[in-house]
Design a protein around this ligand. Structure first.
Ligand code: ADP
Ligand code: MG
Length: 704
């Protein structure tokens, strides 16, 4: 006989007693490979199982029991039979103890009739209910009881119900957890020191897992959950604080000059007066740029709020101090448009500006890169092509990232690596029209300072938004035709380029239908992401000139595209778009010189979809819409949180745990103040676990 091997947290699940190879595979499908994974696999709820009583007592209590309550009884089998029941087979069984008899029924388990022979003593565990007038247990769990042994009645308990697999029921997981729990808990060291736990009334880590898997009372899982959620949040907050400290302490950015003369020079380039709000934000940014501490700032403001000039202001500060600046846009179209509008403002001056996108020829690209490295280019605008390693600046002082939600944390980190040397990084400014809700700004983006542009530049009129059923499409397009005849222009937005996808309206077929139907007297063109840069430029150029009346397009126009004469937008299958996206889209006609109209065509939307569309029709406040979007879709889907590489929370739920989040933030700040690099024995394990969880995603490699 071989001695049983010592069980550790890394022991393979297949080595756990009672887990066979087939089950081990089922465990793996649930993401459970080893003992530690099993301990981390937490119950979703608990069933209250009452202490075992006599059958007579059960009969008395039965009608007062709630749905979550189960009970167990013990008795001798006095009758068992298998009967046909509507194509299935039903096993009926009666047990009896000293006090009374009870009926149990199972469906589709005919073999039970062979197993549970009269005379055997069995224990039944499950819910009790009434069928007609007869009390019975349906599909109870059962176990044979040795009639010769004195029986130990089951005590009251809270049975954990685990997220299960098709072929791995909760009770098998429960049994496996039971096998490993004592040994596993004994090896679980706590990374939060005792004084801290005491100050927050947190159970120790091993206790918390015991309370989760084997609670003694219904309160324990709650206390355990609080510990594990706060733990999770604290680790993330600590990681964010360490990163912030590292940036502020060990990294340097060029300090940029700012003076009244520089200010006069810069604003002289703008074809309008800055609004008060833009002014305020510029002051915040200029103050950051004036120091060697690398700026890490988020600039939020609704679509059309005028973020670009604010960023340009900062970029020109870089140039005034003899450095370079970069602006990164999420699409080529937007990069080119930024290039055109910024180029327009700087025309005739000494600032040299270039656009770098994926569609430059090899020779053009080589030329741009050479001049960039030589310092002959002051402002470089581009897409993520700016991130490739061949792009080297002479002295990059400010990197601006437009429409932050489309970029992940990694990409922002890469652009930050484009400073002069390892210790010198550019200041970074990220811009978004989708305000980051507080929950997220405290977590994933907890390292960002936030500036907000409120209100709109003068001259904007709110877009009237109407929701219409697709059966009204004829009327809608007839109205569009009328307005095009009066010299207005329109965007017609469809969800897909090609027909093949799910029978949705597609660019080309829709263009064809419209040009034979309501819009046959007008000049139409298609615009989408599969066209080459030249083709898109050509089409946008003609749209701007007014030689195209309407563009049938995908969401490539979502961000930034600006044609003031375009005052109509029709969005097909509107219910398929997110709220924030619809708001961005209609922002394209918000600069119109005429009264603009956006029609959301929805095909038989669900009541929920209809409510969303009505919500967007009734407000033009992008911040409100973003909060609504968050409510509806949950935080995970927004703002690159998914691409961020941050591991998802196991226990925490936001915004439900907002209070814990705030507590974690306060505690993390205090913690880092007291032990800035988490050094020493006390925090060694904490540091190790933190780096394991967030080191890679947050680039903490050389931080702690
Ligand atoms: P967004 O914040 O969505 O990026 P933009 O920076 O593209 O907005 O600005 C939207 C439009 O408003 C642009 O045409 C820009 O030139 C114009 N604009 C910005 N600031 C002002 C201002 N202070 N006064 C008038 N027009 C402005
Ligand atoms: Mg913009």
């Amino acid at each position: 006989m071989t001695a049983p091997t010592e069980l550790t947290l890394t022991t393979n699940i297949a080595a756990v007693a009672g887990v066979n190879l087939r089950q081990a595979e089922s465990f793996r499908r649930l993401g459970i490979r080893c003992v530690a994974d099993l301990i981390l696999h937490l119950p979703v709820r608990y069933e209250h199982e009452l202490a075992e009583t006599s059958i007579a007592q059960v009969q008395e209590q039965a009608d007062a029991l709630g749905d979550e309550v189960t009970l167990s009884v013990c008795g001798e089998v006095v009758m068992v039979r298998s009967v046909p029941a509507r194509g299935r087979r039903r096993v009926e069984l009666t047990i009896q103890d000293d006090t009374a008899a009870l009926r149990a029924t199972w469906f589709n388990m005919p073999w039970l009739a062979e197993k549970l022979r009269p005379g055997l003593v069995v224990r039944l565990i499950g819910r009790i209910g009434r069928h007609r007038d007869l009390l019975q247990m349906v599909n109870p769990r059962w176990e044979l009881v040795d009639a010769a042994e004195p029986k130990t009645p089951r005590a009251e308990r809270y049975r954990p119900i685990y997220p299960a697999g098709d072929d791995l029921p909760s009770w098998q997981i429960e049994r496996a957890v039971g096998e490993v729990l004592p040994a596993a808990l004994a090896q679980l060291d706590d990374h939060l020191h005792e004084a801290y736990r005491a100050s927050r009334a947190l159970p120790a880590l091993a206790d918390a897992y015991r309370m989760m898997h084997r609670p003694d009372d219904p309160d324990e899982p709650k206390r355990a959950r609080r510990r594990l959620a706060l733990d999770e949040l604290l680790l993330l907050q600590l990681a964010v604080m360490l990163k912030r400290r590292h940036r502020r302490r060990s990294l340097r950015a060029p300090a940029l000059k700012h003076s009244a003369a520089i200010d006069r020079h810069i604003v002289a380039r703008f074809p309008f007066e800055l609004t008060e709000s833009q002014r305020g934000v510029i002051e915040e940014i200029a103050a950051d740029l004036g120091t060697e501490t690398p700026m890490n700032r988020l600039l939020q403001g609704d679509v059309g709020a005028g973020k670009t000039v604010v960023a340009l202001y900062g970029m020109l500060m870089a140039v005034a101090s003899g450095h370079q600046a970069a602006l990164m846009a999420p699409t080529e179209l937007l990069a080119e448009q930024h290039g055109a509008s910024i180029g327009g403002m700087l025309r005739g001056g000494r600032v040299s500006i270039d656009v770098l996108t994926g569609s430059l020829s090899v020779a053009q690209r080589r030329d741009v890169l050479r001049r960039l490295e030589a310092g002959e280019i002051d402002l470089l605008i581009g897409t993520h092509a700016l991130l490739t390693e061949h792009v080297r600046f002479k002295s990059l002082a400010l990197a601006v990232v437009d429409e932050q939600h489309r970029f992940g944390v990694h990409q922002r980190a890469t652009i930050r690596s484009k400073g002069r040397d390892d210790r010198t990084v550019p200041h970074t400014l990220v811009m978004t029209a989708t305000p980051i809700p507080r929950t997220l700004s405290l977590t994933v983006f907890g390292d960002l300072d936030v500036s907000t542009i409120r209100g709109m530049p003068p001259g904007r009129r709110p877009v009237t938004t109407r929701v219409r059923d697709f059966t009204a499409a004829d009327k809608v397009y007839a109205h569009v035709a009328d307005r095009l005849a009066k010299g207005e222009q329109a965007y017609i937005v469809v969800p897909v380029i090609d027909e093949s996808d799910l029978g949705l309206t597609a660019v080309h077929s829709h263009l064809e239908a419209l040009s034979k139907g309501h819009l046959r007297k007008h000049r139409l063109a298609a615009l989408h992401g599969r066209l080459s840069r030249d083709e898109r430029d050509e089409i946008m150029g003609r749209f701007r000139d007014g030689t195209i009346d309407a563009l049938v397009t995908t969401t490539v126009i979502e961000v930034g595209v600006d044609v003031p004469n375009a005052s109509i937008m029709v969005i097909e299958h509107a219910q398929r778009f997110g709220l924030a996206q619809l708001h961005q889209l209609r922002g394209r006609i918000a600069r119109a010189t005429r009264k603009s109209l956006c029609v959301l065509l929805a095909d038989s939307p669900t009541p929920e979809a209809e409510a969303r569309l009505d919500a967007i029709a009734s407000t033009t406040d992008g911040f409100l819409i973003a909060e609504k979007d968050l409510e509806i879709r949950g935080p995970g889907e927004l703002f690159g949180a998914k691409q961020s590489g941050i591991p998802p929370f196991r226990v925490t739920e936001l915004p439900r745990d907002m209070e814990l989040l705030q507590l974690a933030r306060r505690d993390a700040i205090a913690w880092v103040r007291e032990n800035p690099t988490l050094s020493g024995d006390r925090d060694a394990l904490l540091r190790q676990r933190l780096l394991k969880a967030y080191g890679k995603a947050l680039g903490l490699g050389d931080v702690a």
